[in-house]
Design a protein around this ligand. Sequence first.
Ligand SMILES: *Cc1c(COP(=O)(O)O)cnc(C)c1O
Length: 368
Amino acid sequence: MAKAEETVLEIDLKALGHNYRYLRSKIKPETKFMAVVKAYAYGSDSVSIAKHLQDLGVDYFAVAYVNEGITLREGGITAPILVLHPQKIHFKTLIEHRLEPSIYSKAILADFIATAQKLNTLDYPIHLKFNTGLNRLGFSADELPEISVLIQQQQAVKIIAILSHLAATEDSKETKFTNLQLHRFDAICQQADALFKTKTLKHVLNTSGIINYAHAQYDMVRSGIGLYGYGNEPHVDEALQPVMTLKTIIAQKHSIPSGESVGYNRKYKSSSETVTATLPLGHADGIGRQYGQGKTFVSINGHMAPIIGNVCMDMIMVDVSNIECSEGDEVIIFGKELPANTFSQTAETISYELLTGLSQRIKRVLTN
Ligand SMILES: *Cc1c(COP(=O)(O)O)cnc(C)c1O
């Protein structure tokens, strides 16, 4: 890849393919793979990521909201797309774009059936989401008989899948709780099979579920973060490759004497002669103020430079006093040499938040 000449987010499709093959190797060949590409494919570029994964044979896609699904359809994705959290006002457009809703309450089910009937659908595919302990979205198990009655009274929609979401698959201290969630899910699946009489897909595992609870893969798994190169555990991170690398350049260097300050509110004060470098990205790009004040480092010519003072909207300043570098040199914010999870940990957050917070202002560049 050419050296950066501005702030760019490099998206490595080869690394994506590597991660997909690694995750697939953890499940049975017949298990379907749903690639989670919500939030611009975790901050990268949903259409290019989904297209590449579709070519590699991914069975299904998932997004959070209807507009994200429409973007995929308009970008040429023909595989089934699950919308995890559709809002009622978008049910009509959801159906028009052949997106599949995750339905999580009786009221939402009734609303969806009404919209489907208005559009004269027959057996429109829906997924039912059950709450097994995350306590976020989902039917409770004891609503199954009523769901069954609602479904049998009509032909506009058809239940094709049953899902739930696990709260702590990456946490080895919570295996008991995860097993309890899986046990509850299993009971729901058995009851659903007995009631609905048609075969439905079952899916419950996310990335860390695939790694730690592969026995519960059922018919399909849903993976997001792993595809982008992060596994929530060091031994998985080692096997995966970061897909996104955020790079920029040194815009300007300053040599400042001892006792000067740097940036807004004078939050950095030099205690000796200091050389700073100013970089053209800031909190408007997704590198928030929590990464300032010397807590977080970027990589310049193989050396680590701390971000000093307050992060500005469009710029950050780093200390390069001990680094040989020039204006125009490339700077790695995070990615291949400096994993996003290491970077995000300095501000006590997770790779998911750092990646999905990268603003659309940053140019995306595909490599393969
Ligand atoms: C985001 C999401 C996933 C993907 O989780 P990862 O940890 O990124 O693999 C799976 N299922 C649901 C319901 C989600 O919301």
